[in-house]
Design a protein around this ligand. Structure first.
Ligand code: OAD
Length: 251
């Protein structure tokens, strides 16, 4: 079994003993071992198979809502069929022992299904549906099975009749204010930030580790590959979420 690198074990120990807060920033790699594809980096990653400009921006929705909705329905299905992994579970367990703020870029619900409270979904949530026109929130029904990447006509808003979109942040859109403010607050106040499974390429979320560091936090990256954030981390652990995070519970 993989052991926690000594410097990381020390940083965690010091944080716990000093009563400091931990902030965890997660990205798509967090859910990779649950079978959810990442956006970048592998031949089957989402942005190597699909064009984000046709699927993940408001202009794409206006041009072909059934194409976009079908793709997001497929992604919802992938998440529904997946289970939280040992890394999600470990973060939920860690939060029962130490003050921990969980900030995720992920639009899945695997942290919640592992028992975590997510403090900030900075890129929204697949299942937080809302009307494209009036913004009214909606819940399903989403029980029909979407097989593959077929086009699916979007549901209609019961208030205004416009199409209902997924509650994710698309390219060119602002992050939800409340989630972003919570994330900034958590980064600013933590003593230790764990950065798990993100390439660190998408801002402003990718700026949170530097913000934490400027406010005195120790930054630890957990990722099997080097990333844009590696150079600014105090410690890096080249491991996966499901392998590394459970080891932290032993510290
Ligand atoms: P990326 O797909 O850009 O990066 C995934 C990262 O996870 C890479 O650095 C991998 O090395 C790492 N990784 C892969 N498997 C892992 C594992 N088992 N354990 C730990 N790490 C692993 O995903 P994000 O950084 O989350 O935006 O992408 C940021 C944003 O770009 C997403 O939120 C999404 C996308 O466009 C929106 O949807 C707004």
């Amino acid at each position: 079994m993989e052991r926690v690198p000594a410097a990381i074990a020390d940083a965690l120990q010091r944080t716990i003993e000093g009563g400091g807060r931990i902030c965890v920033l997660t990205g798509a790699g967090m859910s990779a071992e649950s079978g959810i594809p990442t956006f970048r980096g592998t031949h089957d990653s989402l942005w190597s198979r699909f064009d984000p400009m046709q699927l993940a921006r408001a202009e794409a929705w206006c041009a072909d809502p059934a194409l976009v909705w079908g793709w997001y329905r497929w992604r919802m299905q992938l998440v529904r069929d997946a289970q939280p992994n040992a890394g999600h579970q470990a973060l939920a367990d860690l939060a029962r022992r130490v003050p921990l703020a969980l900030v995720t870029q992920n639009v899945d619900d695997l942290h919640e299904r592992a028992g975590s409270t997510v403090d900030a979904h900075v890129h929204g949530s697949l299942f937080a549906l809302r009307c494209f026109a009036c913004g009214r929130t909606h819940h399903g029904p989403l029980d029909d099975y979407v097989d593959g990447q077929q086009k699916v006509a979007p549901l209609r808003c019961t208030a205004c009749g416009d199409a209902i979109r997924p509650g994710v942040v698309w390219f060119g859109e602002s992050l939800p204010d409340e989630a972003w403010n919570t994330a900034v607050d958590a980064a600013t106040r933590c003593a230790l930030m764990l950065v798990v499974g993100t390439s660190g390429l998408v801002y402003p979320a990718a700026g949170l580790p530097a913000l934490a560091r400027r406010h005195g936090a120790t930054v630890v990256e957990i990722n099997p590959e080097p990333t844009a954030l590696s150079a600014e981390a105090d410690h890096v652990w080249r491991s996966t979420a499901a392998q590394a995070l459970p080891q932290l519970l032993a510290v």
